[in-house]
Design a protein around this ligand. Structure first.
Ligand SMILES: O=C(O)[C@@H](CO)OP(=O)(O)O
Length: 206
């Protein structure tokens, strides 16, 4: 039985390009982001991977990435479930600020704490810990049961909602996961056993 779980961070968005804190704001992909998503589809197609269902957030950049991947593997009409539980972490009051301007205003260290501490939230926003507290129950009740049934599942989401998932899947500590940077548009292919433990993992880097 296959039981593949493929995680992919959306391609470059317009706000990634402009270096802005994005969170729940809803910019679309840039041209480069579109190319990254298409490339992700090509790589999965080269591996002859086909999915039974796809999950994505309610944000355009993740949905667009998902659609381009599904088109690339010849499954444009696949069942696709969009849920807010998979959204990027809410960046609160930092949303829309330029990351370099924020470093100048609040200091390098403070901005790093907001971006990469496990449980210290940015003002008015979510920490990775609170993000995980909404991502993981959704994963466990909706996504994992389908993988365990033997289905191949695609999840196209965001840097921090995927960090929450990877932390759980790979059994990482808060400290370990915050050090993990996810490239845009690079699929991570997990093969899971009947209990949901990882059998192997392949990162489809160029
Ligand atoms: O701006 C954001 O929403 C995220 C992802 O691009 O940024 P960070 O790398 O700080 O988590």
């Amino acid at each position: 039985m296959n039981r593949l779980l493929v995680l992919v961070r959306h391609g470059q968005s317009d706000w990634n390009l402009k270096n802005l804190f994005t969170g729940w704001k809803d910019p679309d992909l840039t041209e480069r982001g579109v190319a990254e998503a298409k490339r992700a589809g090509e790589k999965l197609n080269d591996m002859r991977i086909r999915f039974d269902v796809a999950y994505t957030s309610v944000l355009v950049r993740a949905q667009h990435t998902c659609r381009l991947i599904l088109e690339g593997i010849g499954q444009p009409d696949l069942e696709t479930i969009c849920d807010q539980a998979l959204n990027e972490r809410d960046y609160g009051d930092l949303t829309g600020l330029n990351k370099d301007d924020a470093r100048e205003k609040f200091g390098e260290e403070q901005v790093h704490i907001w971006r990469r501490s496990f449980d210290i939230p940015p003002p008015g926003g979510e920490s990775l810990k609170t993000t995980a507290e909404r991502v993981l129950p959704y994963f466990e009740s909706e996504i994992l049961p389908r993988v365990l049934k033997g289905e191949n599942v695609l999840v196209a989401a965001h840097g921090n909602s995927l960090r929450a998932l990877i932390m759980e899947l790979e059994g990482l500590s808060g400290e370990e996961i915050i050090a993990r940077e996810l490239d845009t548009g690079v699929p991570i292919v997990y093969r899971l056993d009947e209990e949901g433990k990882i059998v192997d993992k392949e990162v489809l880097q160029d």
